[in-house]
Design a protein around this ligand. Structure first.
Ligand code: HMG
Ligand code: MG
Length: 302
């Protein structure tokens, strides 16, 4: 299979990237980050999560953030919505897409959303119906598709099963997520092929955390089997509060550098993303995690 001419990058830094930060990040900093990402040309930015503030305190300001961002026509700003309370928040905040997030691992579902896989799908049913009624896009995210911090192995059958259930809920897009970054390229291709047997491949996405340094390779492996949507996090921000030791999503700068090098269009300006990464990491007091972003910034230095 040839590579796609064009790939959609969903920038998840403002949500997946920031959710695990211990210090509360001021609303205006989050807003400036999102505005910079909008300026960089992303068509889809995961900007917020309407989840319990007791579970993920950093996301408690999601409504304020969504109210203050400067939106660009055509850009979809997404929000995580585990239940109807979350949906109501996302709708009021003007999210263009709501994300129901489940798991291919029973153990992780319990830890992350406090219910079984089957119970989660039941809760998502109302969210899916409400999204349809209000004309919002619906995305389904499947955590632990390649391994689980609590149960270890996750069979491809379990992933395919949840893909089928998310499809039946009417998801426009489904994310196959390597929450703990343990996946390797052949394994990724096998799971993606199973997922693609249950859902149109052009609407599947790869969400790779880089904990074991495999994320970029896994993206390349996914491209080989027809995946053309990937999630990435500016400066490689992130981690998951319910996956101990999980590091950030693959750095957006690294993904863009590779894709552009392959002659694949993204519509995103890499230099503007590098600046956004420098901006947020200056605030957090750390160096960006990606390689390409740092290399580009170093090359610019006088
Ligand atoms: P629960 O405790 O079972 O829910 O949590 P509950 O319905 O019994 O409600 C308990 C309390 O939470 C109540 O408040 C509710 O009002 C409140 P109280 O009466 O105690 O004051 N509550 C809410 N508040 C705000 N927004 C809401 C909401 N729902 C209930 N939507 C629940 C169940 C799902 C809510 C909880 O487990 C939760 O919020 N989990 C979120 C976990 C999370 O955000 N994890 C990180 C995102 S997923 C991720 O990062 C993975 C991903 O990147 C892909 C990958 O890498 O794998 C997507
Ligand atoms: Mg994630």
């Amino acid at each position: 299979m040839g590579f796609p001419d064009q790939v959609k990058i969903v920038e998840v830094g403002p949500r997946d990237g920031l959710q695990n930060e211990q210090e509360t990040i001021p609303v205006e900093v989050k807003v400036e980050l999102i505005d910079r990402l909008t300026a960089a040309g992303f068509a889809n930015i995961e900007a917020a999560a309407f989840v319990s503030p007791k579970w993920v305190p950093q996301m408690a300001t999601s409504a304020d953030v969504m109210a203050a961002i400067r939106r660009k026509a055509g850009v979809v700003y997404s929000a995580l919505t585990p239940n109807m309370k979350g949906f109501d928040g996302a709708l009021a905040a003007g999210a263009g897409e709501v994300v129901i997030f489940g798991s291919a691992s029973e153990a992780f579902a319990q830890k992350n959303i406090n219910c079984s896989i089957t119970e989660s799908i039941d809760r998502f049913r109302d969210v899916a119906a409400a999204a349809r009624a209000h004309g919002l896009r619906l995305r389904g995210s499947i955590s632990c598709a390649f391994g689980c911090p609590y149960q270890g192995n996750v069979p491809a059958d379990a992933v395919a099963d949840v893909v089928g259930r998310m499809r039946d809920l009417g998801c426009d897009e489904i994310d196959i997520a390597d929450t703990i970054g343990t996946g390797t390229p052949r394994h990724v291709q096998q799971v993606m092929a199973r997922a693609a047997a249950a859902f149109p491949v052009e609407r599947l996405s790869g969400h790779f955390h880089d904990t074991y340094g495999q994320a970029l390779t896994n993206i390349y492996a996914s491209l080989e089997v027809g995946i053309a949507i990937f999630h990435a996090s500016v400066a490689g921000l992130g981690g998951c509060p319910y996956a101990k030791g999980a590091t950030g999503n693959v750095a957006t700068e690294d993904v863009l550098y590779m894709l552009h090098g392959l002659g694949i269009r993204t519509g995103i300006d890499l230099d503007t993303v590098v600046d956004a990464g420098q901006f947020i990491m200056r605030h957090l007091g750390r160096k960006p995690a990606g390689r390409a972003g740092n290399a580009i910034a170093n090359r610019r230095a006088p």
